[in-house]
Design a protein around this ligand. Structure first.
Ligand SMILES: N[C@@H]1[C@@H](O)[C@H](O)[C@@H](COP(=O)(O)O)O[C@@H]1O
Length: 292
């Protein structure tokens, strides 16, 4: 895993944005994996600015989000769908029909999960996936568990996650208890992954992710196995790491070029055989939020 230690949130966001800009310049029709939470907000701000300057375009981009709360309508102010609309989609030239987020109000959640993975595969898989990290080491909404959940699935949220995310809701009782999340295999199939972490509340999770065993009890630890993953960590989130050791043991340079499908197969993360060519559409007409 490449480790890049940066000064603060701003530098983390800028460095992450550069990876995305490079990706889009190389491949304008990239499939991006997107995340929510406070952590990627600076990244999205930077991408909006690059797009407004005409340096990048999202016109040909397809995006898949990691997760969504079960029970929230897409235009609910705390839904991840609404978040993405506000923070990125309404501010760049991405086509609404090319943005995918699991539906939290699907009548058949199992079919929703299966269909989501199939659709990702049908678009050729994710080129670049951004991740935040929960204080308990979760990625997406893959909570600590006894086994890695492979595919997009329904999760029961941890008490700590519910408490952490309660800050976005009026009261803790309003936080949904369940969500749909991409699974570990879905995430690991991405050709390139960038995990962002900022702030001292993430320090313990980061230390366990990098120095601990690869275990479902720390879901982010699986990223140690990914052939092209980069963690961009600010000094506060890196405060429990031995920075000298990092200098010696890890690369801090730019990530390797995108892995080929052959490489993906070598590590056992293969695309589904039964994937169909893309026929469905994204979330269709975009609710208007009057964002800047
Ligand atoms: N499902 C999201 C995760 O994708 C995110 O990484 C995590 C951390 O959020 P924050 O970036 O606000 O610390 O929150 C939620 O649980």
């Amino acid at each position: 895993m490449n480790i890049i230690i940066v000064k603060d949130f701003e530098e983390m966001s800028r460095k992450a944005a550069h990876l995305f800009v490079a990706q889009l310049l190389n491949k304008p029709d990239s499939v991006l994996g997107l995340a929510t939470g406070s952590t990627p907000l600076g990244l999205y701000r930077e991408l909006v600015a690059f797009c407004n300057q005409g340096m990048i375009s999202f016109d040909k981009v397809v995006s898949f989000n990691l997760d969504e709360y079960i029970g929230l309508e897409p235009d609910h102010p705390q839904s991840y769908s609404h978040f993405m609309e506000q923070e990125l989609f309404s501010r760049v030239d991405i086509r609404p029909e090319n943005t995918f987020i699991p539906s939290g109000i699907s009548k058949d959640v199992e079919a929703e999960c299966k269909g989501y993975d199939k659709r990702i595969a049908a678009y050729g898989g994710i080129d670049l996936q951004v991740l935040g990290i929960g204080r308990n080491g979760h990625i997406g909404f893959n909570e600590p568990d006894l086994k890695f959940e492979a595919r997009t699935h329904v999760v029961q949220l941890d008490e700590q996650t519910i408490r952490d995310n309660a800050r976005f809701f009026k009261e803790i009782g309003d936080v949904p208890r369940r969500a749909i999340s991409m699974g570990i295999k879905t995430i690991m199939q991405s050709r390139q992954i960038v995990l962002l972490a900022s702030g001292k509340e993430k320090a313990e999770a980061i230390e366990k992710m990098l120095n601990g065993n690869i275990t479902p009890e720390v879901p982010a630890s699986v990223l140690q196995l990914h052939p092209n993953a980069t963690a961009i960590i600010d000094l506060a989130a890196a405060s429990l790491l031995d920075l000298q050791q990092i200098g010696e043991e890890y690369q801090t340079a730019a990530p390797k070029a995108a892995q080929t499908r052959k490489d993906d197969e070598d590590v056992g993360f293969v695309q589904e055989e039964d994937s169909q060519p893309p026929s469905g559409h994204g979330r269709g007409s975009r609710p208007h939020h009057g964002g800047a």
